[in-house]
Write a protein that binds this ligand. Structure first.
Ligand code: NAP
Length: 336
């Protein structure tokens, strides 16, 4: 085992779109676990849209990363040394290990023991992890889609969106998605079973396009992107429509808050529901979600893709690439 840890720290707070120079690769000694702790050799690091919020100095639902600190993020890897009674060398664990090759953990909080026999361990950061659970609870708990209803999902070819559409199909819905390239659109329809999809980058008037692809209106909207596309959805929402606000990625890198038409009044007449969520609110029900997602996976009812970049030093590039839409499915970094 090497004695050097490789970490990515925050060098500067990005203004607008993040740059690779906002991050620094740092080498430091591998930490030694104390009593009640274990050392993890991280195999995969996750890069996720929420991390953009942590780069800002404004506190939202979580604290910002401080300049010079290791970037936050989920990881999965093997316990290589343990002084913890419940974790042994060789265990596979997933938790908030940050953008680094080795991490010490006390096994608390969000540590999850991963069964490598169930699926590749990388899935604990994707379909069988935080994004998968966001899709599962954000769609089923908040929107309760019914058979025959129309479900529209934006950001449909990503980690969360691709699963939302597949779950909605399992529930017997008419499913339409939007994504940022023609290849992604083909993937949604040809591989994932979406009924229709479109490349939002080729559309001028979203409300017109949505009227065309969702001829019976939209009953359920799973919003990953926000902005003008969401305005277009509201104009096509049906009576008693439900909107699950999962993410607003089109707004994350803006230097000035975008002003749009004020659409909330439309929702009154529709008796519509709009509800935001942070997936951790479902923590107590994670096992329920994971059992169902694993079952659907084994039955071949849901599939997933991973976009894997090699090398911890390439984590900033992978993060920026994900924000730019280079991923189809879950964006990961393979550390070792
Ligand atoms: P992802 O979809 O796998 O990756 C991000 C995708 O966003 C990119 O691939 C890109 O795809 C798209 N995108 C980038 N800029 C865009 C823009 N201006 N307009 C429209 N799409 C844009 O990421 P994810 O992990 O599945 O997350 C999806 C959304 O869910 C994010 O908004 C994230 O913040 C949110 N989220 C929320 C929770 C929660 O607890 N509420 C949990 C997980 C994720 P295109 O090629 O299609 O542009």
């Amino acid at each position: 085992m090497t004695s050097v840890n490789r970490q990515i720290t925050l060098a500067a707070r990005p203004v607008g779109f993040p740059k690779e120079s906002d991050f620094t690769l740092v080498e430091s000694p591998i930490p030694t676990p104390g009593d009640g702790q274990f050392l993890v050799r991280v195999a995969y690091v996750s890069v996720d849209p929420y991390m953009r919020g942590r780069l800002s100095d404004r506190k939202s639902y979580a604290d910002p990363v401080q300049l010079g600190d290791v970037m936050v993020g989920g990881g999965v890897g093997e316990v290589v040394e343990s002084k913890h009674p419940d974790f042994a060398k060789g265990d596979i664990v997933q938790g908030s290990y940050g953008w680094q090759a080795y991490a010490v953990s006390n096994g608390g909080g969000d540590t999850v023991r991963v069964d490598p026999g169930l699926a590749p361990i990388s899935t604990s950061l994707g379909i069988l992890g935080m994004p998968g659970l966001s899709a599962y609870f954000g769609l089923l708990d908040i929107c309760a889609p019914k058979e025959g209803e129309t479900v529209f999902v934006s950001g449909a070819a990503g980690a969360v969106g691709s699963l939302v559409g597949q779950i909605a199909k399992i529930k017997g819905c008419y499913v339409v998605g939007s994504a940022g390239s023609d290849e992604k659109v083909e993937h949604l329809v040809n591989d994932l079973g979406f009924d229709d999809a479109f490349n939002y980058k080729n559309v001028e008037k979203y409300h017109r396009k949505l009227r065309e692809v969702c001829p019976r209106g939209i009953d359920v909207y799973f919003d990953n992107v926000g902005g003008a596309l969401t305005d277009g959805v509201i104009l096509n929402l049906n009576l008693f429509g439900r909107i699950s606000l999962c993410g607003q990625i089109s707004q994350y890198n803006l230097e000035q808050t975008e002003m749009g038409p004020r659409m909330l009044g439309v929702l009154i007449g529709l008796n519509a529901k709009v509800e935001g969520f942070i997936v951790s609110r479902y923590h107590a029900r994670y096992n329920e979600g994971l059992e169902q997602l694993s079952k659907w996976m084994k039955e071949g009812k849901i599939q997933y893709r991973e976009n894997i970049v090699e090398g911890i030093e390439n984590t900033p590039a992978a993060f920026i690439g994900m924000l730019n839409g280079q991923n189809t499915g879950k964006q990961l970094v393979k550390v070792t």
